[in-house]
Design a protein around this ligand. Sequence first.
Ligand SMILES: Nc1ncnc2c1ncn2[C@@H]1O[C@H](COP(=O)(O)OP(=O)(O)OP(=O)(O)O)[C@@H](O)[C@H]1O
Length: 350
Amino acid sequence: MACFLNCVRFDVTATITDKPTSKEGSLAVSAGGVTRYSWDDVEALTSNFSRLIGSGGYSSIYMARLSNSAKAALKVHVSSHRLYKIFKLELDILLRLHHPNIVKLLGYSDDSEENGALLLEYLPQGNLQEKLHSNSKQVLPWRNRTTIAFQLVQAIEHIHETCIPQIVHGDIKSSNVLLDENFNSKLCDFGSAKVGFSSMVQPSTMSPRSRHVTMVGSPGYTDPHYLRTGIASKKMDMYGFGVVVLELVSGKEAFSAERGEMLVHVTAPLLNEILDSSVELSEDNVRRFLDPRLLKDSIDIDEVKAMLRVAALCISTPPSLRPSASQVVNNLMQKIPSLSFLGSGKKSVS
Ligand SMILES: Nc1ncnc2c1ncn2[C@@H]1O[C@H](COP(=O)(O)OP(=O)(O)OP(=O)(O)O)[C@@H](O)[C@H]1O
């Protein structure tokens, strides 16, 4: 996905585990459920990269077939030394992450610095951005939208609060949320992540004189506090999450290139109204903001208000006012009864 011109990736500083030493010709080697492939295997799995299923700023994603003929997705980083480091960072993180709402690593290939590839579980419904904003006739029902938000924030809770060391994703946006056949959401793309700090980090490449920061940013999703200060934190993930919730509720894009408009700006008056306890929130205003493609009569307006309130808190300034992921998990479970069922078995050990 396109990035802000003035923002590039985080510097990669995380330590990457050494690769396993045993390797038998082109035979794949499995450890802990993750298989290490040679580049020849990768070519065979993808039938020589014959079917492209997605692409990002730094990688191409190809359809792969495993030996049992199950589908998988193969992510290949554009060849360069810097991008190989991003590949190693993502590999290191995915090797450690095990959560139902985080894309699963099935295997990898790291033969040489030119060739790094991640084999991921295949998510047949693609990414949330396409699902919400393409002109497809298939409209994502309200129930799925609340579930997707809830599963996404559980994935964020896991990386922020459960796994050790903790991780800041650094690029929460709807194109980094993948959907399985039942529209369950899985967070992907850890190429911008920061590892091993509890809440804040100053990017190492930020010069004290220039405020130039090396960090990814996607239009409409980047925390303005981060852009101003260069300080990355869990709160920037909560900001990105808040924007995704606004997209889910409104069906509008985080950034409209056509109008040069950010969703957070368009929604600011309504969100201020939501946070202002002295104002009785007008139901008409809330309904007007809802995605027009949704069958509004069947939607509980209190659920919409709950989602908007969460979004408003997540994008608030200063970042210290934003809730943690676990606070959002608890709040959504309380306000949207159908989610408590999903939340009952939510914890998964890293
Ligand atoms: N496991 C998967 N199953 C199905 N489609 C996938 C999978 N992984 C990625 N994709 C598709 O490829 C797109 C790009 O993937 P990803 O975000 O990982 O790449 P990237 O190069 O890191 O992107 P970015 O520019 O956002 O950093 C996704 O938005 C999705 O459409």
